[in-house]
Structures are given as C-alpha cells and as structure tokens.
Design a protein around this ligand. Structure first.
Ligand code: FE2
Length: 169
C-alpha cells in the first residue's frame, strides 16, 4: 500500500512538472502573439507567476525530503497540449491557444485542490498554504481568460474578415 505521504510527494512532483510545462507553453504563446496586446501582457504576467509557482512547489518537495531530479514524465495530455501550442499553429492559433490556456488553468486548479486536501490529510499546513496561494493565482488567470475570450474571439473574427489570410495572431 502506498502511504498518504508518498501520494502527496507524487502529486507534488506532478504539479512541479505541470508548472514547467506551463512555462514552456506560456513562453511559446506569448512570443507568437502580435495583435492582442492585453492578452500578451496577461500571459507574460502569468508566466512570471508560473515560474514562481514552480520554485515554490520545488521548495515543498525538498522540505518534505524529496527531490525534483527524478521528476516523472508528464502525463500524456500535458505533453499533447504543449506540442499543440508550440508546434505549427492553425490560422486561428490565437483562439486555439487561448482555449488551451483556459483548459490548462482548470487542470491546474484541479491539481491544487487535490494537493490542498492531501497536504491537510498528512498534516502539512505549510504545503497546504503554498498550494492555496497558487490556487488563487490559477483561479484569477482562469477567470481573466473567461472574461476576455469573447473579446479575443470577436477581434479575431473582425481581423479575419478584414485581412484575409495574413497576420491573424
Ligand atoms: Fe500554474
């Protein structure tokens, strides 16, 4: 039987890998956006937060006696999504990228809710507090995207009609 401490360590490592993947995705996305300055700025802001989150999770892992040198392979879905966002984009890449970002935030939210419960279950209030802080940042990003996806979509559709096939991102 796997102990609850081992499960927590396992899930912290998953979260660390998830944040590293997020850094890759957000960098790729921000670097490609040209015509949506607010979205670009928000993604860059969340990229800085994400880098901090990765190191905060790493600190939790180390404090609990683990290390991050043997971080497990990412779950397939994260890899697939990262490839989708960093590879050849479709002409509507700004929409696909925004949707992927929104989806990814919700996976992060699910991960941190789980981590908070698991930290509480093993009696680790420090890890629980770190995860609660990060959860708040992921929720804020998800909520910003929810509020702004309609405007991004409307702008994309207008630009698409006005400019034909060029400069859609
Ligand atoms: Fe994150």
């Amino acid at each position: 039987m796997t102990s609850r401490e081992d499960h927590l360590m396992d899930w912290l490592r998953d979260a660390h890998a998830m944040e590293q993947q997020a850094v890759t995705m957000l960098s790729a996305l921000a670097g490609r956006i040209q015509n949506y300055p607010e979205l670009k700025m928000k993604i860059e802001e969340h990229l800085s937060e994400t880098k901090r989150q990765a190191s905060q999770i790493e600190s939790c892992i180390v404090r609990r006696g683990g290390d991050t040198s043997t971080v497990k392979d990412l779950m397939g879905k994260f890899v697939a999504m990262g490839q989708g966002m960093s590879g050849a984009f479709a002409s509507d890449e700004i929409i696909k990228g925004s949707m992927a970002g929104y989806t990814f935030e919700h996976m992060e939210i699910a991960a941190y809710r789980t981590l908070i419960a698991a930290s509480d279950a093993v009696g680790d209030p420090e890890t629980s507090a770190v995860c609660a802080r990060i959860l708040g940042e992921e929720e804020a990003m998800a909520s910003w995207l929810a509020d702004n996806l309609p405007a991004v979509t409307a702008k994309f559709l207008s630009r698409d009609e006005a400019q034909g096939v060029e400069a859609k991102h």
